[in-house]
Design a protein. Structure first.
Length: 243
């Protein structure tokens, strides 16, 4: 394909000079936020995320979040991906596929209290270790420590299991003594309990993150640029880099 040129400059050259939206135009950003929230509500309330698949396996996530995750994985190049909440195994397969393209020896540890729903294609993936347990069980912490010793470098963790505040806070507490500076943690579904969906859910990830931040204000820095990159996310306030 021949790129269209403008004098001696190609369209591709011009494209790379276009900046991302900044906070300089508050009115524009405010309008964009309203549109983003409307789209998030539509995406969630229609249940389209309930029918999202990866290689034929259900993967109950926002597709823009998944794209964001693969960008994070490329930048981070983790040896180990830790997933709390497996369901059918679609997201574990996604993380395994992407992580191994970046780092061939990478592994995924996917933890769930019930692994009976895992699809055969995911169960048979050589780079996924499924671990049947509550994600807050001390055995999970031991397994993460064991695997990261065998796979030096940063880890990427994603919390997407029981969304009650108590459970999410316990997951973050478990990871506190495992994660190291530079590790990346994503807490999904901060949008529930009225942030802005499911207003009657009860306290969940958003509130767990707020309490954890109050207890341990120096543990993480929020990656707000990543969180805002596509205008909306299921993981509200949940893109975290370990200090």
């Amino acid at each position: 394909m021949q790129l269209k040129t403008f004098g001696a400059v190609s369209w591709l050259d011009l494209w790379h000079t276009i900046p991302l939206m900044t906070n300089e135009d508050d009115a524009t950003n405010s309008a964009a936020s309203l549109v983003s929230e409307d789209y998030l509500r539509w995406y969630y309330d229609t249940g389209v995320w309930n029918h999202t698949t990866f290689l034929g396996i259900l993967c109950l996530k926002s597709v823009s979040d998944m794209w964001n995750y693969q960008e994070i994985l490329f930048d981070l190049k983790p040896g180990l991906v830790v997933e709390f909440g497996a369901f059918n195994g679609g997201s574990a397969l996604f993380f395994s596929t992407i992580a191994r393209l970046i780092r061939p020896e990478a592994l995924v540890l996917s933890v769930d209290a019930d692994l009976s729903f895992i699809a055969p294609r995911a169960r048979n993936d050589r780079a996924i270790r499924f671990f049947e347990s509550s994600s807050t069980d001390p055995r999970v912490a031991s397994e993460i420590r064991r695997l990261r010793l065998a796979l030096p470098g940063p880890i990427f963790c994603i919390l997407d299991s029981d969304h009650s505040k108590k459970h999410v806070l316990a997951e973050l507490e478990l990871l506190k003594d495992i994660t190291r500076p530079g590790d990346y943690v994503v807490v999904e579904d901060g949008i529930i309990n009225g942030h802005p969906v499911l207003p009657d859910w009860g306290e969940g990830p958003w509130e767990a993150l707020a309490e954890y931040s109050d207890l341990y204000p120096d543990d993480y820095v929020r990656d707000e640029t990543r969180e805002a990159k596509f205008g909306w996310t299921f993981a509200a306030k949940g893109f975290l880099i370990r200090r």
